[in-house]
Design a protein around this ligand. Structure first.
Ligand code: DGL
Length: 275
């Protein structure tokens, strides 16, 4: 039987996906905000990074991941990757039909507008996300007067995956990338890549306490909590939630890095090849 024939209910899992392990920062925020929810995560670790790939390729990979999660009868889909949200969100929405789809860009853009006082918003992200102009478009949708200053920070994902979270080279790299953004009068900075929350303390020190950081992981968790409540899909079952992690490859150091992102032990990991 096709699982899509069975309607998801409140006990169905939330499907979360990313190009790799970065989306685990979103899973961490979801676990904290919605401790009764079952979660199924897919990370495309065999094909990461997406941030440097073409739109067509990202859309094809996104279609495969979405179909995989829909077969698991998820009740909502969380696009925990800025790059996918920037160039392939419609692919997810078309396949999801009436299942709620929450993406990091819409959530981050609306939160930034709630926080900013001067409508000058900085965004740091991967090259694909910056080149897509997705944040600027999402922000303009809500407020045409807001100004967005974006900067692609291509070296940050590899530095974070190397585990260099408290490292001088990473600090200097962050400082260099932030220079043009801080030269503008921003009061809010969006961490536009799901890897970046791991550098939050360092970035906050670099930008100073007058600039508010928008962590899309926290914002997405808030948004999905509201959406599920409205749709009466919150799980009120008191038993321990079930967490399943699927990845397309289990590379060296995966466990260590994954646990840094998740902030707890990473169990029940299964390899799932798509396509
Ligand atoms: N997780 C991706 C994002 O949020 C970054 C990693 C990649 O390039 O695939 O944009």
């Amino acid at each position: 039987m096709n699982n899509q024939d069975i309607s998801p209910n409140s006990e169905s899992a939330i499907g979360v996906f990313d190009s790799g392990i970065g989306g685990l920062t979103v899973v961490k925020a979801l676990m904290e905000r919605l401790p009764h929810e079952n979660i199924i995560y897919f990370g495309d670790t065999a094909r990461v990074p997406y941030g440097v790939k073409s739109k067509k390729t990202i859309q094809l990979f996104t279609q495969q991941i979405t179909e995989f999660l829909l077969q698991k009868n998820v009740k909502a889909l969380v696009v925990a990757c800025n790059t996918i949200s920037a160039v392939a969100l419609n692919t997810v929405k078309k396949l999801a039909h009436n299942i709620p789809v929450i993406d990091v860009i819409s959530a981050g853009a609306s939160e930034a507008l709630k926080v900013t006082n001067n409508n000058q918003i900085g965004v740091i992200a991967t090259s694909t996300t910056v080149n897509s102009n997705a944040y600027a478009r999402a922000i303009a949708n809500y407020n045409i007067n807001a100004r967005v200053i974006s900067k692609a920070c291509s070296l940050l994902v590899p530095l974070i995956e190397e585990g260099w979270l408290n490292n001088e080279i990473t600090r200097l790299t962050v400082r260099e990338y932030l220079k043009p953004v801080l030269a503008e009068n921003i009061d809010t900075l969006i961490l536009g890549c799901t890897h970046y929350p791991l550098l939050k303390p360092m970035i906050q020190t670099e930008v100073g306490s007058d600039i508010s950081l928008i962590d899309s992981a926290i914002t997405v968790a808030k948004t999905i909590a509201n959406e599920l409540e409205q749709k009466k899909l919150l799980n009120h079952d008191d038993s321990l939630p079930d967490y399943q992690f699927y990845v397309s490859d289990i590379p060296l150091k995966f466990q260590t890095i994954g646990e840094q992102f998740l902030g707890r032990t990473l169990e029940h990991i299964e390899r799932q090849i798509l396509g």
